[in-house]
Design a protein around this ligand. Structure first.
Ligand code: DX5
Ligand code: ZN
Length: 229
């Protein structure tokens, strides 16, 4: 293999920023969506108080969000029994629907079902879940989400312990050549996004780093250019 790659080589994949509305004001969602017009998609965290110890929103609110913005919806399901509930989010018009491997009985069948509804199929792994058992499934997926916090809450610190897994996933993706987006979610800031991008991620979810900022669109631009500096 090659030695020193040009410094910018790892960024040729591009940097996609998906703000998480978990950190937005839920009573003013339409206005909050209008504050992130330069985002690549809006990340919607669905939690059921069973898979994670928190409860957020479900299908009716996702349908309302679909009507309230032109941005693509990146739905992240942190719910048990994903096999049963996930397809309805694809039918609701989500561009991508991501289920947790830990919560899916038949991830392969579910991924195919999501695609059959016209959505991109995403699969998420909690920080302590190894990626290796799932590498043969990659061609059935459009998106692999590696959580960089324990799912459930915004505002937690980025877990650097996940970086080697991001690197291994990137190597597997590059080796197989399948076009799967590699997303990280949790604790993404102007600082940590550089490490995640260097490890090989190309889609970055950011909740508090965007909605905690005075100007969310400026925060998105700063995150997008941070790994390029
Ligand atoms: C956590 C959610 C994240 C959360 C990220 O379980 O999946 O999407 O909104 O928030 P920050 O960016 O504040 O860690
Ligand atoms: Zn999320």
């Amino acid at each position: 293999m090659s030695h020193a790659m040009p410094h910018h080589a790892e960024h040729s994949r591009g940097i996609h920023i998906h703000p998480s509305i978990l950190s937005a004001d839920f009573a003013r969602l339409a206005e909050e969506l209008a504050r992130i017009r330069n985002a690549d998609a809006v990340h919607v965290d669905v939690m059921d108080n069973h898979f994670v110890p928190n409860l957020t929103l479900g299908l009716p609110v996702v349908q309302a969000i679909r009507r309230a913005t032109d941005l693509p919806l990146d739905v992240h399901l942190m719910i048990q029994d994903a096999d049963r509930w996930a397809p309805a989010y694809a039918e609701a018009g989500a561009e991508s629907v991501t289920f947790h491997a830990e919560a899916a009985g038949a991830p392969l069948r579910l991924a195919r079902e999501l695609r059959s509804h016209g959505a991109k199929a995403g699969m998420a792994l909690k920080p302590a879940t190894a990626v290796e058992p799932y590498l043969d499934l990659l061609e059935e997926l459009d998106l692999l989400l590696l959580m960089t916090v324990e799912p459930g809450f915004g505002g937690q610190p980025f877990l650097d312990v996940v970086l080697p897994k991001i690197r291994r996933a990137r190597e597997a993706l590059d080796g197989s050549g399948v076009p799967v987006a590699l997303q990280v979610d949790g604790g993404v800031t102007r600082d940590t996004i550089m490490r995640a991008a260097e490890a090989g991620a190309d889609v970055f979810v950011a909740g508090s780093a965007v909605y905690g900022a005075e100007d969310p669109e400026a925060a998105i631009d700063e995150l997008r250019s941070a790994p390029l500096r």
